[in-house]
Write a new protein. Sequence first.
Length: 387
Amino acid sequence: MSLNNFEFYNPTRIVFGKDTIKRLNDLIPETAKVLIIIGGGSVRKNGTLTEVEEALNPRQYEIFEGIEPNPIFETCMKAVEKIKEGKFDFALGVGGGSVMDATKFIAAAVMYSGNCWEIVESKGKNIQHVIPFGFLATLPATGSEMNKNSVISRRETADKIGIANPLLYPIFSILDPTKTMTLPKHQIANGLADSFVHVTEQYITYDIHASVQDRFAEGLLLTLIEEGTETFKHPEEYQSRANFVWAATLALNGLLATGVPTDWATHMIGHELTILYGIDHGRSLAIILPALLNEMREDKKSKLLQYGRRVWGLKGSDENAIIDQAIEKTREFFESLGIKTHLRDYTQDDHVVEKVLEQLRRHHLTALGERKNITLEVSRRILQASL
């Protein structure tokens, strides 16, 4: 096997570094009427929003506040109505992955003539038009600032569904690492876990001799381990944080997935844990990944060995021992960030396995993984091993 045929496209302009918020004046048309979309108000408290407003003047703008972690469809629709009523023609998301995901959906929903939940049901395939949008990213985690993906939830139906469409690439994203320095440590940890698993989903599959993609992935994993840990320990240190911010963006901007098989089963199972139990997305991934790697160790054997040797520096000829150690090192990394990696640490529900399996069944997630061989029974074993 060798590198698959591929087409790579990513039109997003990245503006990276200190004091870059002022670039909004160059990036957004002078005639634009802007709706600024934010989350719970932290960007207001830490002064970031004031800088945004100063950069936008004299443009017309208003603020929509209240996007939740794991953005909710109903809240997004309130922003859609505000855009339509106010005739806004540009959306600016200022926040983390949830704000960015919400902004993408909102930009598409404004232009959609039918029931907007159909956008989610089609997983974004029926998006034909969006209003222009860009981002100021304040939390390194999802990579939404440089990709075509979004995840939208609906509480009343317990749905958390990913959508994707080339029209969902932002026109630009500003990445100023200093704007992430007020994040609490648990959010830094979540972002590290999320970014780390983004890479493993595209890397720990099966070997097709994709040397470039493998080395990219290994470099990002090492950066997240080294620089991410330094950022977690010393939040005020700029150099490590800058590398973490850029690594988190590159972890899911499409480059790692070009020409290679990808997994995403950890994410699909993790999504159900989040919507059912409110477990932070990054933590749901840290719960599932070690158990999934162990369950699928034969399918992933060559890449697990490569991962253990190249990323964790493991030596020796006992292949099973190297795989065991690689999985344990992964769990230890998450635990070193204060992330518990067993379901029992988050819920005492005796029926958690059955409830998650029912969700997977309802969402037609019955053939997951790079080989589509993670059936419901395999998912059951993964969940049981995660308890």
